[in-house]
Ligand binder design. Sequence first.
Ligand SMILES: NC(=O)c1ccc[n+]([C@@H]2O[C@H](COP(=O)([O-])OP(=O)(O)OC[C@H]3O[C@@H](n4cnc5c(N)ncnc54)[C@H](O)[C@@H]3O)[C@@H](O)[C@H]2O)c1
Length: 298
Amino acid sequence: MRALVTGGAGFLGSHLVDRLVGAGHDITILDNFRRGRHAFLPAQGVRVSEGDIRDYDAVAAVCAGVDTVFHLAAQSNVLGAMQDIDYSFTTNVVGTFNVLKAATEAGCAKVIFSSSREVYGEQSVLPVPESASLTAKNPYGASKLAGEAYCRAWASFGSFECAVLRFGNLYGPRDTGRVIPLWIERALRGEPLQVFGGDQVLDFVPVSMAVDALLAAATRPLDGPVNVGTGLATPILALAERIRELTSRRSEIQLLPARGAEVVRFVADTRRMREALGIVPPADPLEALPQLCAAFAA
Ligand SMILES: NC(=O)c1ccc[n+]([C@@H]2O[C@H](COP(=O)([O-])OP(=O)(O)OC[C@H]3O[C@@H](n4cnc5c(N)ncnc54)[C@H](O)[C@@H]3O)[C@@H](O)[C@H]2O)c1
């Protein structure tokens, strides 16, 4: 593969780059390092282009000669998107448009788009299949939905295949600012674990499984978007308790009012993922948590 990974210095992107480089593929990343870090990247074996997907020329320059584009660069979370709604629109919508246009002009064969469970909004029935209504309830979900729509439109008249993966809540090393790393850090300092609401039921996914899904999507033809989740519900209070157990229980759980913007109930229907991508999720969605807590503690 000659692949471009946009957002390749970020959390998910850098794990994908590790696997691609390890398998001997020819890899370029494009990242503006807003959240990405040079330290997350392998010391060699990857071309690093510091640039912004909102700049068409920067995207076109790195698409030349590429066959596969993993498009991960984004304003990647709900609260960040609420704080800077213009950035989330221009990066997630205009940036995605630029990636699709540049991929077409460069003659790329495949684009893999990293979408989110947030496109579904709040669903009353769990697990959520890909055919559920798309009722995004915040600007982040709306921007991912727009990105998906452009992917679908482009794939129908463009020259490349487009795969859309809708990720659940990913976790693992190098993540920052999301519930699992925030709580581990607080727990290790003996500070309270702040729970906003407390009714949340989420589908947590080890980052290694998300990388498996991206790699499978690159080589398999997909008929429509695919959820990437474990299909197992983790109540947020159970997550807090698990982190307390793994960090010697010094922290209390502090219940605070719900924040409103984020989808609070999601479990993926994983049938399509199992069939189309051949991914079998772990029996325990939090199986990677002990190792992660140990890494934070070290
Ligand atoms: N982590 C999750 O739980 C999760 C869940 C669903 C979907 N996703 C999606 O997966 C992808 C990767 O997420 P992540 O968790 O690794 O996020 P991340 O924020 O760690 O990585 C995103 C990367 O994109 C880069 N970036 C941001 N704006 C850019 C721009 N305008 N131009 C160039 N680079 C830019 C950042 O510097 C960062 O390195 C994103 O598209 C995100 O929306 C993530």
